[in-house]
Write a protein that binds this ligand. Structure first.
Ligand code: CAA
Length: 247
């Protein structure tokens, strides 16, 4: 596969770091955004370098903020050049039954998970189209497909991401740029570990494969979608959830 430059938002998190590692091992230059927790950068760099990934950049960015994304894109262009592969992976949860959900928890989740997709993609999509090749992969969730008690905000943001995917896929298809959504189920990451143990166990019992997914399993799917081989897949929403939701 030819060497490209990949940008992964939230690239130091549970799934994001696995995606960076997998894309790096495929020979791509990897750029990860992180929020304010610069403490994770050294650990992230060590992890990727131990896998033989040498071309790495970490850029601070609040993906929910337009100006921060403009500044991030300038930094990425000057350090790593044009971005060929964009993985919109950054996301948060602020779970709570709708009856108790504060306006602030709605806003934060929509801004971080959905507004971010506009803020970040806007910086790179035109350039991909002009160069005639690109891959945009939006990381949504099984819960954007089926809904989940306590996640009106999160499920709305994740379902919204796929509406964006389908529309942009239509706009960019003739330019060699594919746009897809990946909808992971429950993975063994910090985000899922925040769910109360008892609730988490109940959820695992409902997963046909009877276990949480590994971030590396989702990362492999993303690496495939990012490859030349996946040029005929666009506008898709690909489930990877151990059978938790089928349609
Ligand atoms: N199903 C049905 N009823 C439920 C319920 C459920 N899952 N959870 C709580 N309830 C009921 C309670 O029994 C309670 O009933 P009563 O009022 O009759 O007593 C009522 O709903 C309110 O319960 P709580 O006070 O506990 O509600 P809460 O607002 O504090 O929050 C919750 C509940 C913490 C959100 C809990 O429902 C929960 O943890 N749900 C799972 C959320 C989840 O799956 N998050 C995934 C995070 S990881 C992720 O999102 C990654 C990904 O993409 C998959």
């Amino acid at each position: 596969m030819s060497q490209k430059t990949a940008l992964v938002t939230g690239g130091m998190g549970g799934l994001g770091a696995a995606v960076c590692e997998r894309l790096g091992r495929a020979g791509h230059t990897v750029v990860a955004t992180y929020t304010s927790d610069g403490g994770r950068v050294a650990q992230w760099r060590d992890r990727l370098q131990s896998q033989g990934v040498e071309n790495l950049y970490a850029v601070q960015c609040d993906v929910s903020d337009w100006d921060s994304c403009v500044a991030m894109a300038e930094e990425v262009h000057s350090q790593a050049g044009a971005v060929d592969i964009l993985v919109n992976n950054a996301g948060i949860t602020k779970d709570g039954a709708f009856k108790k959900m504060a306006r602030e928890n709605w806003d934060q989740v929509i801004r971080t998970n959905l507004d971010s997709v506009f803020n970040v993609t806007k910086q790179f999509a035109d350039n991909m189209a002009e160069r005639g090749w690109g891959r945009i992969i939006n990381v949504a969730s099984v819960n954007g497909r089926k809904g989940q008690f306590g996640q009106t905000n999160y499920a709305a943001s994740k379902a919204g991401m796929h509406g964006f995917t389908m529309s942009l896929a239509r706009e960019l298809a003739r330019k060699g740029v594919t746009v897809n959504t990946v909808a992971p189920g429950y993975l063994a990451t910090e985000m899922v570990m925040q769910v109360k143990e008892e609730v988490r166990q109940q959820i695992i019992e409902t997963i046909p494969v009877q276990r949480l997914g590994e971030p590396s399993e989702v990362a492999s799917l993303i690496a495939y979608l990012a490859s030349d081989d996946a040029g005929f897949i666009t506008g898709a929403n690909i489930d990877i959830n151990g059978g938790l939701h089928m349609e």
